[in-house]
Write a protein that binds this ligand. Structure first.
Ligand SMILES: C[S@@+](CC[C@H](N)C(=O)[O-])C[C@H]1O[C@@H](n2cnc3c(N)ncnc32)[C@H](O)[C@@H]1O
Length: 336
């Protein structure tokens, strides 16, 4: 019999109708949900399922697989989280034991298809518009004007490329796009290319759709919410207007692999390397370095110190680093 897990974009309509209520994303609530590594299991959709638990050996297999695929280092304490998040995958695959699910992941070709959904289920996608607003203020008031100045001085093209690496459901690159749009008059004659990527395909679908909950827009200045979103009070949703949605291109990409969309003047890579161990962080930083123009700027999250990489990145201020190159340590060079 052919195996077919449901879930992700291909999920049947009947199943997608049973989604949890709007609000914070289910992924982010999981840590607090009732349930655990052992005991009665209530599925994501509220149906009773067969009991299953996460043995130490199974937890090790899961950790190893997630690490191999996404570089994410799951701490020992995350067994309950793993149980809660894989609940939905087991239900989608019609399985009642974790061992059967892990065996499925090893099988070809069904397991390969399910692997992406496995990674999607275990990534943490917390994000919202205007997260760390000072980064966006720095972008439009400091960084972009300096890049423009240098490009004009060196006769480069009037094009500036910005990459939001690990962008989750798009709030980060869209915030950058809105801030640039707000300053359109100052930046007249310049082209901005904004790219958002994530390993998780289901959050990228949400990003492309541009439909958000009140949680996503809750930290956003009112003027931006009114200007760039259409609210649907009955549904409690906020639809991003096309003029901003069209400014960002989204692609699936794994930070552990080289990214092949050219070089960027600015990269946001915030709140993802906290999930990496030293080796994964090293791989990601090497790819980020390779994707920046010499002198380009990398903005990371507040918990993501890069003090160990002075050869590649020069510290500018907390969370902000500049690509370090022996030949062009003094700023943005090279015709772009
Ligand atoms: C907590 S969110 C951060 C979103 C956004 N950058 C922010 O700061 O609001 C982390 C994102 O990293 C993504 N991620 C995890 N491992 C990844 C990898 N190896 N390559 C690309 N993205 C990854 C997850 O899918 C998730 O959407």
């Amino acid at each position: 019999m052919r195996f077919a897990c449901s879930g992700g974009p291909a999920r049947p309509v009947s199943e997608s109708r049973r989604r949890p209520p709007q609000g914070r994303k289910a992924d982010d609530r999981d840590d607090r949900r009732i349930g655990g590594p052992v005991g009665s299991a209530r599925t994501f959709y509220g149906r009773e399922s067969a009991e299953w638990s996460v043995s130490d050996a199974e937890f090790d297999r899961i950790r190893k697989l997630l690490y191999e695929k996404a570089g994410i280092h799951l701490k020992e304490s995350k067994k309950t989280l793993v149980h809660n998040r894989l609940q939905k995958r087991l239900a989608a695959c019609g399985l009642t034991s974790l061992r059967a699910y892990l065996d499925l992941l090893n099988r070809d070709p069904e397991g390969r298809a399910e692997l992406a959904a496995f990674v999607d289920a275990l990534t943490t996608n917390e994000t919202f518009f205007f997260r760390h607003p000072e980064h966006f203020e720095f972008l439009v008031n400091d960084l972009i004007p300096r890049i423009m100045e240098r490009k004009l001085a060196s006769g480069s093209t009037r094009r500036i490329r910005i990459w939001s690496a690990a962008c989750s459901s798009g709030e980060e690159p869209y915030t950058a796009a809105m801030c640039l749009h707000q300053n359109a008059e100052r930046f007249r004659g310049w082209t901005f290319e904004i790219v958002g990527t994530d390993i998780n395909r289901s959050v990228l679908e949400k990003a492309k759709a541009g439909l958000y909950t009140s949680y996503a827009v809750s930290k956003m200045p009112d003027a931006f919410r009114r200007r760039y979103f259409t609210a649907d009070p009955a549904a409690g949703t906020f639809r991003l207007k096309d003029e901003i949605r069209e400014q960002v291109r989204f692609h699936a990409a794994n930070l552990l692999q080289p990214f092949s969309f050219g070089k960027f003047e600015v990269i946001f890579c915030r709140n993802v390397m906290i999930y990496f161990d030293a080796a994964s962080k090293e791989a990601a930083l090497s790819h980020l370095h390779g994707s920046l123009f010499p002198g380009g700027t990398l903005i990371v999250g507040y918990a993501e110190s890069m003090l160990n990489h002075p050869d590649r990145f020069r510290y500018i201020m907390p969370t902000v680093y500049q690509r370090e190159d022996a030949a062009s340590a003094d700023g943005i060079r090279g015709k772009t």
